[in-house]
Design a protein around this ligand. Structure first.
Ligand SMILES: C[S@@+](CC[C@H](N)C(=O)[O-])C[C@H]1O[C@@H](n2cnc3c(N)ncnc32)[C@H](O)[C@@H]1O
Length: 477
């Protein structure tokens, strides 16, 4: 049996000691439950380890004197009683006698701790088959000009539709942190400069991913090697370079190494079709990880006409242009031209100001009395929705929140047409964001609306006795 990442008691002790120092690291990757990030080389020990270098790096390559590690970071046959041991495993497991290439799109080579392997295998429904795209496949991969390849709609895709549900080629620890929990390895690193140690960690990560790659069928290896690599000059090897370019962080709240938080102990995946999706600062689709189907699911967040490129966001949609530029640089995206508000400085200024405002939710209080229906108190929410739509920021959570707010307000005001209008928009956005359970199905029919709690509250409010300013007690957030 070979040694895993975290098998020694010293390593475990060091992990516990360093758990308190991860705030800095958390801020790097904690934008969404599924954050697109493999550039988070965060050390629990040194705050400087926030990111790996990118672009042309002078000291690219292993430093002189570093003896290529003979250690095996993960084992094919780990101690299944040690949740911290790391293993290589194919998930969902391929039945003996399974015929390749029938299984090609259905198998993922994983490098995971025994704890995470168990979490995956015990997830209710695992391994359900990937979901079919709504109405059948509606995209093609083709030339996207200066961006390389991209994914384009072949017909109208409606907001809320599933575009793809992609099984990864590889599932592996994100960032370098798994290594940095091995005290012996950390001691070796301490004899080098920070830049040199990052090169060493990149090399070791490359080896880990190569271990998973070597287990793939030839067709999957070919698919992986065809992926774009934006890390050719910074010391990343062929494997980690592709992983940094194409990796998507998965739900780090649930699926992570035992006893870890933040980027430490988190995982990321590299898929095939999904990896061809380019970045847009106002994307028309969103993505989320599903352990039961073991897939990254991409859904349209607004209607996408035939021929339009299908895009996702590689950073946080409400970041300023300068913050987005910083996040995009490791992908080799030096000047984003995805929308007019990126390329035109005057529009970028307006967009920055709006994005900053969108981070602060508006809370509305209906005035007391019966005149509230025609009043202007709803206007701030309507203006916010219009501005979000002008910026094409339907992927921002604030868009979903504002729609919720408007549905509640118009229920309260007993305006069934407006409830239906906003509830249908909300339903599409929630379906895209995998939050459909949030929408009361009654809100989607004229008859049903009248049975909702919000409508009933509005009715009571209309019947209120003079001198009972019930509305004063209400707030629409
Ligand atoms: C995950 S891959 C996307 C697919 C890639 N275009 C391809 O040809 O395989 C990420 C790479 O695509 C390119 N890219 C993605 N979005 C871009 C954008 N908005 N502007 C310029 N290049 C972009 C960058 O080279 C980036 O490193």
């Amino acid at each position: 049996m070979k040694k895993g990442f975290l098998t020694t008691s010293k390593a475990k002790q060091q992990l516990n000691e360093t758990e308190t120092e991860k705030k800095d690291a958390d801020s790097v990757v904690a934008n969404t439950s599924v954050s697109r990030n493999l550039n988070s080389g965060v050390s629990p020990n040194t705050p400087q380890w926030t990111r790996f270098s990118h672009g042309l790096v002078a000291e690219a390559g292993l430093p002189n004197g570093y003896e290529r590690s003979k250690r095996t970071w993960a084992s094919e046959s780990p101690d299944l009683n040690d949740p911290q041991a790391f293993c290589y495993v194919t998930l969902p497991s391929v039945k003996s006698g399974a015929v390749l290439p029938d299984n090609l799109g259905n198998r993922t080579e994983c490098c995971v701790s025994v704890h995470v392997k168990n979490l995956i295998e015990k997830t209710p429904g695992f391994p359900s088959p990937p979901l079919q795209p709504t109405g059948g496949k509606a995209y093609e991969i083709r030339d996207a000009g200066a961006k390389g390849l991209g994914v384009f709609a072949t017909r109208l895709i409606r907001a809320g539709d599933i575009i793809m549900d992609d099984r990864p080629l590889i599932f592996s620890p994100s960032g370098s942190t798994a290594f940095l929990r091995d005290p012996e390895f950390v001691r070796t690193l301490q004899t080098y400069t920070l830049g040199q140690s990052k090169q060493i960690v990149l090399y070791e990560m490359d080896q880990v991913i190569k271990g998973a790659f070597d287990r793939m069928p030839v067709e999957n290896q070919k698919a992986f090697m065809e992926l774009y690599n934006s890390h050719k000059e910074d010391g990343s090897g062929e494997y980690i370079g592709r992983s940094r370019t194409n990796g998507a962080g998965i739900d780090g709240k649930k699926l992570r190494d035992q006893g870890t938080t933040g980027p430490v102990g988190a995982y990321s995946v590299v898929c095939y079709d999904y990896s061809r999706m380019n970045h847009c600062c106002c994307p028309n689709s969103v993505f989320h990880w599903h352990t039961d189907t073991f897939t990254i699911r991409v859904c349209a967040i607004r209607d996408i006409p035939a021929g339009e490129e299908i895009s996702i966001n590689y950073c946080s949609v409400l970041d300023s242009a300068a913050e987005r530029a910083q996040s995009l640089a490791p992908y080799g995206i030096l000047s984003c031209t995805c929308s007019p508000s990126c390329s035109d400085p005057a529009l970028a200024k307006i967009s920055d100001e709006r994005r900053a405002r969108f981070k602060i939710p508006i809370v509305l209080h209906p005035p007391a009395g019966r005149s509230r229906a025609g009043a202007t108190w709803v206007q701030p929410a309507l203006t916010r929705l219009r501005e979000l739509e002008e910026e094409n920021l339907q992927a921002a959570d604030e868009y979903r929140r504002t729609l919720h707010q408007l549905v509640n307000i118009y229920c309260f005001l007993q305006d069934v047409d407006k409830v239906l209008f906003y509830a249908h928009k909300l339903d599409a956005v929630c379906r895209a964001m995998d939050r459909s359970k949030e929408v009361d199905r009654n809100l989607l029919t004229r008859q049903g609306v009248k049975h909702t709690a919000g409508w009933q509250t509005g009715m009571l409010n209309n019947m209120q006795m003079p001198g009972m300013p019930m509305a004063l007690m209400m707030a629409f957030a």
